[in-house]
Design a protein around this ligand. Structure first.
Ligand SMILES: [Zn+2]
Ligand SMILES: [Zn+2]
Length: 330
């Protein structure tokens, strides 16, 4: 994993002088999770024993926005706040009107809806902000939130990315196991069995990564969901596995598999590319690659089966004739 300072060095033009004051502000800001106004950041700096003027902090925040390290957020109370973008995916906010805390979440379903609406209106969407204002669970119930920790958003993000990938892998395994049971073509069955084996293997890898991740924070599993993937959460292959229960011939089964793998590949690639550099991004992009390999394999298999069926159709006479000859009593 690239360190923050290595990343900052890479942003600096070669030979440019380090502005130490700015570096300190940037460093403090990037280590802080959450949403800070310029005044908040002055206070945080003070707590770190660095005295800086509001003007310097403000200029540095602006520089970070321009450099793509920070993003400005507006919670509608007349103060500009800033949050880091480095290793932090784009997300939406819930803002508590009682304690003024903000909570982050991301939803593929909301993003898909925004894209759909924009496309239908011929609108080239660059950015969307969604905020839910109300009273948070802590204020509503008095239940204390889990302790905040450095880098916790990234851990929660990776946890959720793994959960989506695991759910997809599980439904993929179910799909290929069922397809192997139902197919009549020996070669097709071998392909489905091979894919089922691969899904099983990937699944155990993902589950091991999940256990390693959970070991990093005792509260990780009970922390609130960050990534909401409603459409994908029950597995992108679930509908396909359902379809296999009907009247489906071998070609059709392959076609359903191709559709599922393509959907899964596109989904993980699209969201993976959108995320900021992070473990969650890596999980999505690696998974997208695996799905692409499965997709290519299935497409090849589909073509080969079509060819075999055509050959069988074109030359059915010979074996039939020889059988007839053999059947005829001599
Ligand atoms: Zn609250
Ligand atoms: Zn935020």
């Amino acid at each position: 994993m690239q360190s923050t300072s290595a990343y900052l060095d890479s942003l600096r033009p070669a030979g440019s002088k380090r502005s130490s004051k700015r570096d300190v502000i940037v460093d403090v800001f990037l280590k802080h999770e959450g949403h800070l106004s310029a005044d908040d950041l002055v206070e945080v700096m003070k707590a770190h024993d660095h005295r800086t003027s509001r003007a310097t902090v403000y200029r540095t925040l602006q520089w970070m926005v321009d450099a793509g390290l920070a993003r400005r957020v507006d919670f509608g109370d007349g103060r500009s706040r800033y949050e880091r973008t480095y290793r932090h995916p784009r997300h939406f906010h819930m803002v508590c009107e009682s304690c003024h805390r903000s909570y982050e979440f991301l939803s593929s379903d909301i993003e898909a809806l925004i894209e759909e609406v924009a496309a239908l209106r011929g609108f080239d969407a660059k950015e969307a902000a969604l905020q839910i204002h109300g009273i948070c669970e802590t204020c509503r119930t008095g239940r204390q939130p889990l302790p905040e920790r450095d880098g916790i958003t990234e851990l929660v993000f990776a946890r959720d990315a793994l959960r989506v990938a695991i759910a997809t892998e599980k439904s993929g395994l179910q799909f290929y196991t069922r397809a192997a049971q139902r197919t009549t073509d020996a070669r097709g069955r071998a392909v489905f069995l091979k894919l089922a084996e691969e899904e099983k293997h990937h699944l155990s890898t993902l589950e091991r990564r999940y256990r390693e991740l959970v070991a990093l924070d005792p509260d990780l599993e009970s922390r609130p969901t960050f990534l909401f993937f409603k459409g994908a959460a029950n597995g992108l292959f679930a509908a396909g596995a359902e379809e296999l229960l009907g009247e489906v011939d071998d070609l059709h089964a392959l076609k359903i598999g191709i559709r599922c793998e393509r959907g899964s590949h596109r989904f993980f690639k699209k969201y993976g590319e959108r995320f900021e550099d992070s473990e969650g991004k890596r999980i999505f992009l690696e998974f997208a690659d695996e799905e692409k390999q499965h997709l290519d394999l299935l497409i090849n298999e589909y073509r080969s089966l079509v060819e075999r069926l055509l050959r069988r159709k074109r030359a059915p006479r010979r074996p039939a004739a020889s059988q007839a000859r053999r059947a005829r009593p001599s």
